[in-house]
Design a protein around this ligand. Structure first.
Ligand SMILES: Nc1ncnc2c1ncn2[C@@H]1O[C@H](COP(=O)(O)OP(=O)(O)OP(=O)(O)O)[C@@H](O)[C@H]1O
Ligand code: SF4
Ligand SMILES: [Mg+2]
Length: 341
């Protein structure tokens, strides 16, 4: 992995909600998240709906305050910062949201949307001439025209609005951009254009991405490394090819097997159909959180949460897996279908 830029350690976030059937009111959306993002790399974040991806994204850009844990950016944890130091931190980690229709203020024109963050970060472009020039430059960078600065969001197509969202995220010259399902609201040809744009910008600016997506094909295409999330925890990380082709956690294996078209080796991969739904984070299973759906579960899985195991991958990178009985090879999947449905 490239040099770590952003490091997340033991991050926990609890929401207080209406009582569940068992009387719980504490919903632990994040339960001890550890991950790193390297300089200039794309970390793909995958997992089922409700597993906590957006909560993690919102915590990384300080929209949520964690109960515990740290997010360290170049050695600084933002949660104790105030004033200028906090502003400076916020500038460096930005976000692009899923829905380009909802995430832009319909009453502002594109120029105002892009320059809005500079009202807070005044020292970046102090004069109106500098701000106007930078708006034009940013529009150009994302493939829009200078005259688009005067248009309002509803005058743009979905793809153009997402370009505008990316220009807004770039306005503060961030080091990391969190992309929460950035292309899932777009049709396929527009998705490809936006993914190419993100790639070009990364090459040009060296910015890091945390790329959240349900679409494994897209993640395989864009990510250098992948983190797999299940019920508030990262249960597997590693280089993209490693995680896709040689999953070690049974949940990752099930996710990947649901996308047989991803198997570029041509080898036949058994489909593992997971039983049941993602359990509620209000009442998570004891021990390993995946045990209620895992075909490899044994008694110890209910008694003890697995510790993260770090192993070296053949490419020299590190793999992290949270499982008492990790799969050793892709062939380890054989036989899983009998119990996994
Ligand atoms: N503000 C909130 N108050 C209470 N519960 C919340 C809040 N935000 C998220 N949750 C709960 O936290 C859990 C994680 O939600 P989150 O939106 O992070 O999931 P996700 O992985 O992004 O899902 P999706 O793929 O559907 O976007 C869910 O159970 C959700 O209901
Ligand atoms: S720890 Fe046990 S239940 Fe959890 S994934 Fe591994 S084998 Fe399955
Ligand atoms: Mg989400």
């Amino acid at each position: 992995m490239s040099e770590p830029l952003l490091q997340v350690d033991g991050l926990c976030k609890t929401f207080h909600v209406a009582k569940s059937a068992s009387g719980n009111t504490r919903l632990k959306a994040l339960d001890g998240i550890n991950l790193t993002v390297g300089r200039g790399e794309t970390l793909g974040l995958v997992g089922e709906s409700g597993c906590g991806k957006s909560t993690l994204a919102r915590t990384l850009i300080l929209l949520e305050t964690p109960d515990e844990g740290t997010v360290t950016f170049e050695g600084t944890n933002p949660f104790g910062l105030r004033g200028k130091e906090l502003l400076s931190w916020r500038r460096r980690v930005q976000m692009v949201f899923q829905d380009p229709f909802a995430s832009l203020n319909a009453r502002m024109n594109a120029g105002d949307i892009i320059s809005e963050p500079w009202a807070t970060h005044r020292s970046l472009y102090p004069s109106s001439r500098e701000r106007e020039a930078r708006v034009r430059e940013l529009l150009h960078m994302v493939g829009l025209r200078p005259s688009d600065a005067r248009k309002c969001p509803q005058e743009f197509s979905g793809g153009q609005r997402q370009r505008l969202g990316i220009a807004r995220a770039l306005a503060l010259n961030p080091d990391v951009i969190i992309l929460d399902e950035p292309v899932s609201a777009l049709d396929l040809s527009v998705q490809a254009q936006i993914l190419n744009l993100l790639n070009d910008l990364q090459q040009e600016l060296g910015v890091s991405y945390v790329f959240i997506s349900h679409d494994l094909t897209v993640v395989r295409h864009v990510a250098d490394r992948v983190a797999v999330m299940y019920l508030g925890r990262i249960i597997e990380t590693g280089a993209t090819e490693e995680v896709f082709d040689r999953p070690r956690h049974p949940y990752t294996a099930a996710l990947m097997s649901a996308s047989p078209k991803l198997d570029v080796t041509g080898a036949k991969r058994d489909r593992i159909v997971l039983q049941g739904e993602l359990p509620s984070p209000l009442d998570p299973p004891s021990g390993c959180r995946f045990r209620t759906r895992c075909w490899k579960a044994q008694d110890v899985c209910a008694e003890m949460a697995p510790e993260p195991r770090v192993t070296a991958a053949p490419d020299g990178g590190l793999r992290l897996t949270e499982c008492h009985f990790p799969l050793e090879t892709v062939q380890g999947l054989t036989g899983a279908t009998a119990t996994a449905g």
